[in-house]
Unconditional design. Structure first.
Lengths: 341, 341
DNA sequence: CCATATCCCGGGAACGGTCTCGAAAATTTT
DNA sequence: AAAATTTTCGAGACCGTTCCCGGGATATGG
């Protein structure tokens, strides 16, 4: 136990050669005799030599790793997105370091510093729900560390970003509800300051406007993404003088829980009240009635984010790049009032 | 852009003092004059100095980070567990580096090497579903890097581990099904070589034996954890000459999907066939009928794993520690044949 | 056979910190 | 006021690599 790890110097000493030569052999240079190279590699293998990434990175002035800051991994969307990031990074031979902000601005800030300190080559971020400023991001940018935002972006900064057609898809979703005959459509939105909830909200509002449906402020709920309030605002909606006949929810978890409460209250879905979710989680197919939702291509978004970042790392002269990934409306039972013909 | 990051030497030079002094000020030593210290700290702050963790770690011969290897973050259990790990590590001022094996032995091995290379102070592992050997773990151990297994452990090695009362809880779950009058209980198990599926399987078998119910091999399915085969084996069970009257499933996702298929086939749950899941995912409360499950305290398991590992790191002389965290049977509608009185 | 190019290899400076040691300066003791 | 002690600081080794540079050995060319 507690053995000192074997270093390049140990190998050099036992072989009676210089550490430069050992280094040459181990990182695959050509200016070394095949025989010595073979000897070195064999010894290294037998000693179970593991290169010290700290030393290498210190010397190289880059770590070959990209930092990721996401609100939380328990959220299926972010879990799938990091999956995509990891896949793409792996293809490029890069490592990934994941931090969770836990939807907290303070922790997000700490994460930034810890990634800077770890000298990651670039950062991918989806900002915490609490965050409404951007100095900590600016600090990163100022140090010349490339960064890419996805899904939840910080609009104050001129950086690369991967977003979806939020406005359009919320517009489309709302239109779908209207086409089903819904007139009193409640909307569970995210926090005001986040771009994606803002854009989605406008999509919703514009759809209403297009159909000359008056906007009811009491139908719009600004909720946290950490949905521990679902029951509360569901009861609120139920007790409104004019009960909504549809709800467009912030995500599928909220939608499913809401459906559960509504059903227990004796309401029929979608006939009494239609429900449309967001994110198209796995479960949505299996609940009853099956939940209509917006398919948010998390994995692809992650892949795109990593791809853009890696480009940025390799070609620092590139201008920030914005990509838009398309979300898709998935219609299931929870919003389909009339049976299909 | 592309600015060189500010170092301790830069600060020393502009202040006309030695880097030793700067270092002293920045890492909070006492043998330095308050005035110089103040000057240094102010300059550092104004320059946005960020210590280079690589250099520090290289010198200190420890990184203050613990590595984590889990099969996949999209799995709610592991996502919650890493949440617990991160929480506990944070309390101890340590960082966490998460790797996903994607249930692949090859990737798991690569992860191990990348963590060794990164010189993490210790590793927490839940082995991939594919893994049936342990040399790669042994390599870690041999280098004196403490490790803790959780949930899915490698039995070949003498290491710390956090497990649950698998045998007992599977026994209890099966008993519960029997108490509901089920006699033909199918069991969807994990791979043979994983300790937890093995122990659970024995719990199931022992429960049957205790009630003199003959074991039917055709009722036992060894499935992957990556459940893309649910439909396939559900059909298989449905087509057996003697259809089972209960299924004890490997996890809630499989259970929920299975329920969905069974319902579409016109079977009533739990009357025609009872379903018991594993892991008590969020959704289980919301499906219809609500799913009985085994509550597997992921967060606590993660906390425990981190705690044991940190102990081990700080006191290398300690013997490996085994902790058992209790799972709990949660009875809902999917297994409750007779209405409650 | 000598000049030149090529091939291998060792020495040693970096990378950015920490830390030990000893010395200068300031303070206290006698 | 000299001695002893304490405070404060600088020089430089070190962590494990990479890489530049130069030199000796070997091969190539005329």
């Amino acid at each position: 136990m507690e053995k000192k790890l074997v270093t390049i110097k140990d190998i050099a000493k036992t072989l009676g050669i210089s550490k430069s030569t050992v280094s040459r052999a181990l990182c695959g240079r050509t200016d070394i005799h095949p025989d010595t190279k073979k000897k070195i590699i064999e010894l290294a293998r037998s000693l179970n030599y593991e290169p010290n990434a700290l030393a290498i990175n210190l010397k190289q002035q880059r770590t070959n790793t990209i930092g990721v800051i996401i609100p939380e991994t328990v959220n299926g969307f972010f879990a799938r997105a990091t999956g995509g990031i990891q896949k793409r990074a792996d293809m490029a031979g890069m490592n990934v370091m994941i931090c969770q902000s836990d939807e907290s601005y303070i922790i997000e800030k700490k994460n930034i510093h810890s990634l800077m300190s770890g000298r990651v080559d670039g950062v991918i971020i989806s900002v915490s729900h609490e965050t409404d400023q951007s100095e900590h991001f600016a600090a990163l940018q100022q140090k010349g560390i490339p960064m890419v935002f996805f899904d939840r972006i910080s609009e104050d900064l001129e950086t690369s970003q991967i977003i979806t057609n939020n406005h359009e898809i919320a517009f489309e979703g709302t239109n779908h509800l209207i086409s089903q005959g819904c007139k009193r459509i409640a909307y569970v939105a995210g926090p005001h300051h986040l771009n994606n909830s803002k854009n989605r909200l406008h999509g919703y509002l514009d759809a209403l406007k297009q159909h000359n449906i008056e906007v009811q402020d009491s139908y719009i709920i600004h909720s946290s993404y950490k949905s521990d309030k679902v029951e509360e605002y569901t009861r609120y909606l139920l007790n409104l003088p004019q009960r909504p006949d549809a709800v467009f929810a912030i995500n599928d978890f909220a939608a499913v829980e809401m459906m559960h409460i509504l059903k227990k209250s004796g309401l029929r879905i979608p006939d009494d009240i239609a429900i449309l979710g967001f994110n198209n989680e796995n479960i949505s197919r299996f609940v009853e009635p099956s939940l209509s939702s917006i398919d948010h291509p998390a994995y692809d978004i992650g892949m795109a984010a990593a791809e853009v970042l890696i480009n940025q790392i390799r070609h620092p002269e590139l201008k920030p790049e914005k990509r838009i990934v398309k979300s898709k409306l998935i219609i299931r039972e929870s919003t389909q009032k009339q049976p299909q013909l």
